[in-house]
Design a protein around this ligand. Structure first.
Ligand code: UDP
Length: 317
């Protein structure tokens, strides 16, 4: 069975991907420095003989053994977290990525970089195909993440071009589902927590800005296909669900599903908050045969159920 290293294995997507690969019988080596990942996410894998975990910061060290695949999910990813960890975010996407690329090079492992739709910034082209170069403010607050990920993509392609490293880049659009930290700060955990605990829902701006939300099981499947398919060396592929919704629509839907009052508190829009975002997934459909299957309403129901358990358990403690 393949041996895979997952950096950022205790984070939201890392936890879901670990479960998916263990279910396929893969041997998973997970590392995380817990800057945003959570020890409780991976607790339930600890008894699986195919699961190995080490607390490790990829800026300082990486495990020195042979892997078939290396997946890099290590980075703060929510605006709240990367704005509170600005330098760490830039370092993990530069030095951290370089350390993993050196490891991939040394043992001829295939490397998958988790990049982001944030490389498109506040896009002037809609929906966004991979050929779009983006509209990023290089000195704005979000630049620590946007430019960090753009650097991560550039160094990944440099290893591919100059060293022949087998690399693939996933540009991940807004994803949601179980194991996204309730305090992560992103729209779905914020709104879920607020609606489930009777607090006003915080809408930034007038709520007309849009995002397109992908349920995590679809995302994990897309990442898996991008990892295992041959002849995709050096490819950059958008992964996300093109089902575009406004922020206000998301708030309305969550209140409707939970059957709670629409109690909204309007707050200022954060600086450089993208106005619209929607992936063009033609390339993923063509090269991976992948498209998202979980409807937003269904994914939201599952996610709200998960958050309600989490909140119940944390109050019970
Ligand atoms: N947002 C909001 N209220 C919140 C959290 C987020 O209105 O409590 C908005 C935010 O301004 C953005 C969208 O929801 O327009 C998605 O934000 P998120 O932080 O989830 O991810 P982003 O796509 O901006 O990285």
């Amino acid at each position: 069975m393949p041996k895979v290293l997952i950096a950022g294995g205790a984070g939201f997507i890392g936890t879901n991907l670990t479960e998916y690969l263990l279910n396929k019988g893969w041997e998973v080596f997970s590392i995380d420095n817990f800057s945003t990942g959570k020890p409780e996410n991976i607790k339930r894998f600890m008894h699986d003989p195919n699961f190995h975990f080490e607390e490790m910061d990829i800026c300082k060290d990486v495990p020195h053994h042979k892997f078939d695949y290396i997946i890099n999910l290590a980075s703060p990813a929510s605006p709240k977290k990367y704005l509170s960890l600005p330098v760490e975010t830039m370092m993990v996407n530069s030095v951290g990525v370089m350390n993993l690329l050196n490891l991939a090079d040394e043992y001829k492992a295939r490397f998958l970089l988790a990049s982001t739709s944030e490389v498109y910034g506040d896009p002037t082209l809609h929906p966004q195909p991979e050929t779009y170069w983006g509209n990023v403010n290089p000195v704005g607050p979000r630049s620590v993440y946007d430019e960090g990920k753009r650097f991560a993509e550039a160094i990944t392609m440099a290893y591919h071009r100059y060293n022949g490293t087998d690399v693939r880049i996933a540009r991940i659009f807004n994803t949601y589902g179980p194991y996204m930290d309730v305090e992560d700060g992103r729209i779905i955990p914020n709104f879920a927590y607020q609606a489930l605990t009777g607090k006003p829902i915080t809408i930034y701006g007038d709520g007309s800005q849009t995002r397109s939300f992908c349920y995590v099981s679809d995302m994990v499947e897309g990442l898996y296909l991008l990892l295992i398919k041959d002849n995709l060396d050096g490819e950059v592929i958008n992964l996300g669900n093109p089902d575009e919704r406004s922020v206000k629509e998301v708030a309305d839907l969550i209140c409707d599903i939970l059957n709670v009052e629409k109690n909204y508190k309007y707050l200022p829009l954060p600086q450089d908050d993208p106005k619209r975002r929607k992936p063009d997934i033609t390339k993923a459909k063509t090269l991976l045969g992948w498209y998202p299957k979980v409807k937003f309403e269904d994914g939201l129901r599952r996610t709200l159920k998960w958050y309600s358990e989490i909140i119940k358990n944390s109050y019970a403690r």
